[in-house]
Design a protein around this ligand. Structure first.
Ligand SMILES: [Zn+2]
Length: 457
């Protein structure tokens, strides 16, 4: 009897393991079946390791990549600037670009579904419409004028990424042979908007300003004085010139290091850590399944000099450009913004939609009241410092940044902000590596991209 009982228990456990194993498999099949089917060894979908079905289009229906059965090759847009500007969104057939649609969205291009698998009902292959506008990407790419860097523009109400350009880039229609250590192609396979982090320079003052508005009593009416330099805990903090007497709003407009260094020490490392987390910077975002790089910070608790440098965006701060763009969107949009997305929808070749992508919100990144104050301060930056005439017709709020560069003698130029325009609710980020001064260089690129974006819609 004892033997039978112990055998029953063993059988019971074996049955349990079988049920659990089947459960795990079924769960994984539903969750990851698309990835399994898109594996490059699947000969139904790949010829010589190249995906062999589907088309990638921009939001207007312009074809960016199309697989041709007659020569078993992918063909890209006719215009070389469009091909280069959209490389990091479209990808190339060899799969070198990790964020490219041909690699990341292979399941969408094949029309994979859970019932019939990789051989879908109705036709072979799908049309994958990206949210990008090829003309805007092309204009932004040309405006970078040969510099490395990135330009992102997105609709903070719907989440659609209109422009995503990363340079250096190359023509996927004739990929170059790139030698190890060739500086012209440094980081060429990386999508700088989504997958990289950089020293943010003075754009980080937006976060310091957010924390100061909420944590330092009477900050808006306080008067500061900048003599061009100040010493904090033995470290010399300097401004390009003496800014004199100023409020925090004026300090943001002229990007006063002395004032913002001091504010960071008053706010403290714990609070700054809390604010970068709340701002969504330290988490990775999923953009239709593509994970963005997390921003990283190291706010020194016991070294006020280093803390001051962190508060003005130098030191060890590293920020992801896309996260900064979303933060600008949240400032413009009352504290939260739509999460960015790069896929518009998929469709059968005859135009019938086969998918719907819903918009999602970031949740609150900034308190609503603080967002409204910051938005008006960023508008004031343009009016009182950057010059409205440099942005004709745009109701734009922005913050510039100039940051030390690891790879160049010249500084990296940043410009991030938003349009306050019901019909064109766009947030943007521009980084021009080795570009020099933030608002002059990156501001000009931002204007070109935004003018194209407004014209396109
Ligand atoms: Zn100053």
């Amino acid at each position: 009897m004892k033997k039978i009982t112990s055998r029953t228990i063993v059988c019971f456990f074996l049955a349990l393991v079988l049920v659990a194993g089947t459960g795990v498999f079924t769960f994984k099949f539903f969750m990851e079946g698309d990835t399994w089917s898109a594996f490059s060894a699947n000969r139904h979908l790949y010829t010589n390791n190249v995906l062999n079905t589907g088309r990638v289009l921009d939001e207007t229906g312009k074809v960016l990549a199309d697989y041709d059965d007659s020569d078993n090759k992918w063909h890209y847009a006719d215009n070389i600037y469009v091909r280069k500007a959209t490389l990091h969104a479209v990808g190339d057939s060899t799969g070198m670009i990790g964020t490219g649609a041909l690699t990341r969205f292979a399941d969408k291009l094949t029309g994979y579904n859970i019932i019939t698998g990789a051989k879908p009902i109705f036709s072979n292959g799908r049309d994958l419409y990206l949210t990008l506008n090829a003309d805007v990407c092309q204009a932004a790419f040309k405006a970078l004028n040969g510099h490395k860097g990135t330009v992102g523009v997105y609709n903070y109400k719907t989440g659609e990424i209109i422009c995503m350009v990363s340079a250096p880039t190359y023509d996927p229609a004739s990929p170059p042979t790139i030698k190890d250590g060739d500086e012209n192609y440094e980081g060429v396979y990386m999508n700088r908007l989504l997958s990289a982090t950089f020293i943010p320079g003075s754009t980080f003052k937006l976060i310091t300003a957010t924390a100061a508005l909420e944590k330092l009593d009477g900050i808006e009416s306080r008067k500061f004085h900048c003599s061009g330099k100040t010493t904090i805990d033995g470290q010399l903090i300097t401004c390009p010139s003496a800014h004199g007497d100023l409020t925090m709003e004026q300090a943001l407009a002229v990007s006063c290091n002395c004032v913002f260094g001091q504010l960071a020490t008053e706010i403290g490392s714990d609070q700054l850590n809390e604010y970068v987390k709340k701002a969504g910077l330290t988490e990775s975002m999923s953009i239709n399944g593509i994970q963005t790089a997390k921003s990283t910070f190291d706010f020194a608790a016991d070294d006020k000099g280093s803390l001051a440098w962190s508060g003005i965006g130098q030191g060890k701060d590293l920020v992801n450009p896309c996260a900064l763009m979303v933060y600008s969107g949240a400032i413009a949009n009352g504290g939260s913004a739509a999460k960015p997305q790069i896929i518009s929808h998929t469709a059968l070749k005859k135009g019938v939609r086969t998918s719907l992508y819903l918009r999602h919100s970031t949740g609150e990144l900034i308190n609503e009241d603080t967002a409204s104050k910051l938005a008006s301060m960023m508008r004031n930056n343009v009016i009182s410092n950057y010059g409205q005439s440099n942005f004709p017709g745009l109701s734009i709020g922005a913050k510039s940044g100039t940051a030390q560069s690891d790879n160049s003698d010249s500084d990296n130029a940043w410009f991030t902000g938003f349009l306050q325009d019901e019909d064109h609710p766009y947030a943007f980020v521009v980084l021009v590596e080795g570009g020099g001064s933030g608002s002059k260089v990156a501001g000009k690129v931002a204007n070109t991209a935004l003018q194209a974006a407004v014209k396109a819609q």
